[in-house]
Design a protein around this ligand. Sequence first.
Ligand SMILES: Nc1ncnc2c1ncn2[C@@H]1O[C@H](COP(=O)(O)OP(=O)(O)OP(=O)(O)O)[C@@H](O)[C@H]1O
Ligand SMILES: [Mg+2]
Length: 419
Amino acid sequence: MDKLKFTEKQNELIRVFKQDKLKRLNVLEGSVRSGKTWISLILWAIWVATRPKDYLYMMCAKSLQTLKRNCLLPMQELVGEKYFKFSLSTKEGVLFGRKIMLEGANDMRSESKIRGITLGGAYCDELTLFPKDFFVMLLSRLSAPGAKLIATTNPDVPTHWLLTEYLKNEKLTDDLFRMFFHIDDNTTLPDDYVASLKKEYTGVYYDRFILGKWVVANGAIYKVFSDSPRSYDIKSSDLPSSFEYLNVGLDFGGNGSQHALCATGISHDMRKIYALKSERISAADMTPQALYKRVCDFCEDIQKRYGKVSAVYADSAEQTLIAGLRQALRPLGIIVKNSMKREINDRIRTTTMLMAGGRFYLVSGECQTLIDAFQGAVWDDKVIGKEVRLDDGTSDIDTLDAFEYSFERHIPQLIRSEK
Ligand SMILES: Nc1ncnc2c1ncn2[C@@H]1O[C@H](COP(=O)(O)OP(=O)(O)OP(=O)(O)O)[C@@H](O)[C@H]1O
Ligand SMILES: [Mg+2]
């Protein structure tokens, strides 16, 4: 640890620690990539090293896998394997001779596991992503003398339980230490990397993940698109000659809504996506057979023009239709898979990131339903506590779903260079 160099902001935190000014609850909040997790791990390690060996300590993140990736491996790198060892299968680690329990907050069993134990300290990474019940239980277990919580988080909606019930709770003022980190505080990052990050976050995501503000999402979701819709156009003659994946997303319509299709190509380097064609099909009076025929025609056209369709990703809620479709598409050699249904906000964030980063294109004249869907989508201002895409029939959510099904499996690769 001798060769480590802290940023100015990180030094400020270490000074607070040295002056013994940490509180029972210590929360580092702010922008992405601002150096919160990095310094929190060092702080946690040096604090734990000063604490009694017979207490129990705990480290948690949303899941055990994210804990490993974001915290355990980096901490091992920072303090050395000699001082920190861990095993995910036993969910235990040893840090400077202290036993550390490891938990994923999203695992339902975790909450019951910590019931009844006494903790000497707890570490939480990305706290807004935790279920509140887990956090309440965790705090109630932090009962050993001098026990502390060290946590990091990005901001969320202003009505998030962490902000309203803890960070802004006046009754907790004496127990709480908050420190804000801005992305510009992380002077270890290359300037061009920071510049491209700032460009890729737009709208509410910019305010939250770059400026670090607890703000609500309102208005148009794809403002970055609507501001200059034509700038995303590409002529089919300018498309790459082949794609890594050529997927078709399909959302089945039901009462009142329409079926929606969208074909998307993903570049070989997994950095760009191309919406090739989108289409809506009226669901009224349509037999399953007629629907299969339309989907087959759509896929055949795509195959003729752009190459082999890798898979059709269809709305997983409709297993009977999927089974029928599988049969119908077999002669074309196309497989049908279930949509993954990743969290909608993760899909939206990926789309806006690709748009802002100049990594999203759509084929001129072929994607009108997708263009309309982008332009019509707004945040629901009636839902409090989290942001939700308005789905009351006034905008075309079906087409957005179909588009998202066509690439959602590849989101981790598509956003790899960002966050
Ligand atoms: N003092 C430092 N020396 C070297 N690298 C650092 C330092 N501080 C931070 N970093 C690096 O900067 C990057 C971002 O830091 P970190 O992961 O701590 O940010 P964060 O605030 O937790 O971001 P996020 O909100 O995205 O989780 C990481 O790659 C980290 O290793
Ligand atoms: Mg972090």
